[in-house]
Ligand binder design. Sequence first.
Ligand code: FAD
Ligand code: NAI
Length: 473
Amino acid sequence: MFDVVVIGGGPAGYVAAIRSSQLGMKTACIEEYTDSKNNPTFGGTCLNVGCIPSKALLDSSHRYHDARNHLKTHGIDIKNIDLDLSAMMKRKDDIVKKLTGGISGLFAANKVTPIAGRGKVIAGNKVKVTYANGDFEIIEAKNIIIASGSSPIEIDSAKFDNKNILDSTGALEISSVPETLGVVGAGVIGLELGSVWARLGSKVTVIEAMDDFLFMADKEIAKETLKDFKKQGLDIRLGCKLTSSKSLKDSVKISYETKGKSEEMKFDKLIVAVGRKPNSNDVFSEASGIKLDDRGFILVNEHCETDVSNIWAIGDVVRGPMLAHKGSEEGIMVAERIAGKHAEMNYDLVPSVIYTHPEIAWVGKNEQELKDESIEYKVGKFPFAASGRALAVDQSVGFVKLLSDAKTDTILGVHVFGPSAAEIVQQALISMEFGASSEDLGLTIFSHPTVSEALHEAALAVNNEAIHIGNKR
Ligand code: FAD
Ligand code: NAI
């Protein structure tokens, strides 16, 4: 009998398993994804086909693009810059291997029992584990945590064929740079992976159904980033809904509707990134008593408890943003609550980052949300064009925008488009966790010269006290 059995070894599940074991509970983690020797491969979407391989390619493609286009202004003239795509892919694969192997090592060090198989919760706090050879076993557990994650959404108008019409996993594996690349969906994956292939030389067209670009971001940030992506060569077409596609021998023909008209295009490859759906199918039996919400996510309360006592669900398979750090923190909260601690998640402060160049990142509320909630606020903004460090590193695009409560000055949201946006937002987030005001950040000493000084100046700008820009008087 285990104290805790976790189904799924992604960033939500493996973190929950490690924390449970650290807290003295006998823990197992079941993962169906295995290597050629039938050993479970942990890390889930994030490590295997998500966050990590995409960031490896984002970094490599950025270096290639930089070397080709931006080093001359630094006085560096490199002749014959060649792309070795297979070496780039091998580097990515090696990083993935290292990290997934690292989790197995962490499990061994923390005494988590790894189980290779498919888990399914059945009635009476039991888990049925089906092994690759078809055999099965019933495991008993005092507590069960479901962390089965999510998968790419497949739409009827563009069925994946893993040859020309690719999901996000296929988009990380293309073996030669397509001359023309279509991307359906100008969301996070479309922008990140579209950028990778554009930097490597593809002519990229992004088809987005909505009229608004990055509807979840602050409108001003979205407007500025759209301008910059267009400058980078991404042909982003808003208000264009894909209606059909046909995979041919070495290309894909698509039709899309825009402003009541039908248009056609042809690409060498098509990436479809229109969102992800929870892996909630066949992870529990009806008799278990677990319920789904109307969008197919496992129904949980704010502590990730399902309707059945001692059964929990975390990560992409439950409501909230589909982000690795959100799932991991839920995993820690649940492990601690099982151990009798009173852990809570602060869902108001889950940061978002889009790892394009420059990065886009935010935390807390944006202006539209504050207006919708009739909260009065003040705005402080600082452009990277006025940051000495941003100019020195050739990254003076974008700005920091800080929103604070009009009465109390408490920071309500921070939105950044520009260099190291993710790290700058993280600094703001820490201050927000402690209930800081813009005045508090303004009174904090920031090292010079850093791009983080733009956050300091934006905080000062809230009260018209920024030093390196003109203030409203
Ligand atoms: P998953 O990572 O999906 O893991 C679930 C695991 O459960 C899988 O390993 C699966 O094999 C296993 N499983 C499922 N059902 C069963 C079963 N019945 N029995 C046993 N095992 C089972 N997020 C970020 O925060 N930052 C990023 O930069 C980022 N980049 C991304 C890039 C891409 C291309 C993609 C696709 C996603 C990205 N994400 C990113 C999202 C992130 O990967 C997910 O939010 C995160 O992996 C969710 O973690 P999870 O543990 O809930 O689920
Ligand atoms: P997404 O939800 O970010 O974007 C999907 C886009 O596709 C939307 O803008 C939507 O309007 C559009 N769309 C839907 N149907 C369409 C159609 N028929 N034609 C044209 N456009 C259509 O989803 P995405 O990019 O697939 O990413 C899934 C999730 O993975 C993200 O929401 C995020 O949670 C996670 N992720 C996070 C990353 C990060 O944190 N940096 C990186 C990559 C993924």
